[in-house]
Design a protein around this ligand. Structure first.
Ligand SMILES: [Zn+2]
Length: 534
């Protein structure tokens, strides 16, 4: 059960970002930038460890431009400040290539100057020293073995230091910052471990930028396929059938490549949370996940030439939902289909019953700004052909509010895990329904009582239960009372999540029944096909 609680549901944010790119598989990048520390969760410095040593430089146009390497097993990225003020350095020369700067720094070291490379004013430089004021730096610039000028860095410059505190590299550039890879980064199994709340071991490199003063944004620059190892193991249990894992891998690849630059205000594509896709350290990975990713390498799902928005959620009940009934805009491949292989009864949050008091419903409505007074009823006004709630009316002592589509799930999210539910108020009588046909149309009547006309012209009123006899069988109908008290709404439903696209538990069931990942994907995403991007 522990794992199941980690199953994540791609949520409403995705709804707002449905897109219609027209593109071919070949246009997609194989490198992703994943946000690790950003926004309100930046770090003051970052410690990195690698048994392999490190290569460092800048990350530009999704390419790592290496300036130099170190055999140190631990390095740190820190703000380039000395005694709390931006540093001053001696600047020797600028170069248009990283290679030239590296060679020049080595030549300076050979004659006794403790030089390092820098990226400063959009060029590669050789520099030395960390001075807290212009005068100290100026003195050094004029008196060291090689004369230089003073470089005054901005307050968002970063410094890469080795385990002994010696400067390896300075980057004074908000766009590029400092990027660190394992020394042999061409080897996909070279790993880096980092400090902080997301501490652990990762593939790829780390790009650090100080977008604001003393707050380092950290981005994992990682091959898409390596990224997927860390996503698939979080989105599905690695113990599931490999064909289900492969379907998940293709969905996750589609999703990630559909979100290039999604978090561009922080300079990355996808974040590590369920806002995008849950992403973890390499520790959670297993062989089955690697197999699923490797065997679908570069494969993407297309509808004609459009990259499929491969949304998925945990479970969905008997049918998946058409996307327009959830997020409003129709997509030809996100239409309702049967979901017969999902073992809804037995999966985590597959079938559920939750209650909500009138007082709590009132509180929720008020907190959302709907001032309809005390909530008295919650009624499903309209359902989708697949059985989901399309319109939900909440009535109070002071008015009513109608919710549509996804908000029918999210408005009372503490009581509803999906859009497929019924809602009843406790303690209410439910009468048998009879259907009458007048030759034109069928009407239903709730049978709260039955009046029987007796032979002596007296009428008897029967309540509670009655028996219908069609000449062959007798069927008895009984009035019932909804469970619970009359101040509590009871929501009963099936499925966990938005209900659009692939059901993860449905994919598991299909894989167990012998379907392969392509059959799973084309079942849930109507009219689609797989293409290899790289
Ligand atoms: Zn995100």
């Amino acid at each position: 059960m522990k794992f199941l609680s980690k199953l994540t549901v791609i949520n409403i944010i995705m709804a707002l970002t449905l897109y219609c790119p027209s593109a071919f598989a070949a246009e997609y990048t194989d490198t992703l930038r994943v946000g690790i520390y950003y926004g309100s969760a930046t770090v003051k410095n970052l410690d990195l460890k690698s048994d392999d040593g490190f290569a460092f430089g800048i990350f530009k146009d999704r390419e790592f431009i290496q300036i130099s390497t170190t055999d140190c097993a631990s390095v740190s990225v820190v703000p380039d400040i000395t005694e709390n003020v931006p540093s001053y350095h001696v600047d020797y020369a600028s170069y248009s290539t990283a290679e030239e700067a590296k060679t020049a720094a080595e030549e300076l070291k050979a004659i006794g100057i403790d030089a390092f490379t820098a990226y400063y004013k959009s060029q590669f430089h050789t520099m030395s020293g960390n001075y807290k004021n212009n005068n100290d730096a100026l003195w050094a610039a004029e008196n060291l073995a090689v004369k230089g000028t003073v470089a005054t860095v901005s307050d968002t410059a970063l410094r890469l230091v080795d385990g002994l505190g010696a400067t390896l590299f300075v980057a004074d550039d908000k766009t590029f910052g400092v990027t660190v890879y394992p020394k042999h980064y061409e080897n996909a199994d070279s790993l880096i471990s980092i400090s902080g709340s997301a501490k652990g071991t990762y593939r790829g490199g780390f790009e650090c930028r100080e977008l604001t003063d003393s707050a380092i944004t950290v981005v994992n620059t990682v091959p898409v396929e390596s990224y997927l190892y860390s996503v698939v193991c979080r989105e599905m249990s690695p113990s599931w059938e490999v064909e289900a894992l492969k379907a998940q891998a293709v969905c996750a690849r589609n999703f990630a490549l559909g979100r290039i630059n999604y978090h561009k205000q922080y300079g990355f594509d996808v974040c590590r949370t369920v806002c995008c896709q849950a992403y973890s350290t390499s520790a959670d990975q297993s062989q089955s996940v690697h197999t699923a990713v490797d065997e679908t390498r570069g494969e993407l799902l297309f509808y004609n030439n459009t990259l499929v928005q491969a949304v998925y959620s945990s479970s969905m009940g008997a049918y998946t939902e058409s996307v327009e009934n959830v997020w409003g805009t129709p997509f030809p491949y996100l239409v309702s289909v049967e979901n017969p292989y999902e073992d809804t009864e037995n999966v985590y949050n597959g079938k559920w019953t939750k209650s909500l008091t009138k007082a709590r419903a009132t509180e929720i409505m008020n907190s959302r700004g709907y001032n309809i007074g005390d909530v008295t009823s919650i009624t499903v006004l309209q359902r989708t052909p697949a059985g989901g709630v399309l319109k939900l009316q909440v009535t109070g002592t002071n008015g009513s509010k109608i919710f549509e589509r996804e908000s029918c799930r999210t408005v009372f999210s503490e009581a509803t895990y999906s859009q497929r539910y019924t809602v009843t108020l406790g303690g209410q009588a439910v009468y048998p329904t009879v259907y009458t046909y007048n030759g034109n149309k069928t009407s239903s009547v709730a049978l709260s009582f039955v009046s029987v006309l007796g032979g002596n012209n007296t009428t008897t009123t029967l309540k509670g239960s009655c028996i219908a006899y069609d000449g062959n069988t007798k069927t008895s109908y009984t009035s019932t009372t909804t469970s619970g008290d009359s101040n509590t709404f009871v929501f009963s439903g099936e499925g966990w999540g938005h209900g659009v696209g692939m059901s993860q538990y449905g994919a598991k069931g299909m894989a167990m029944a012998g379907f392969d990942y392509e059959e799973i994907l084309t079942h849930y995403y109507t009219g689609t096909h797989i293409e290899k991007a790289y």
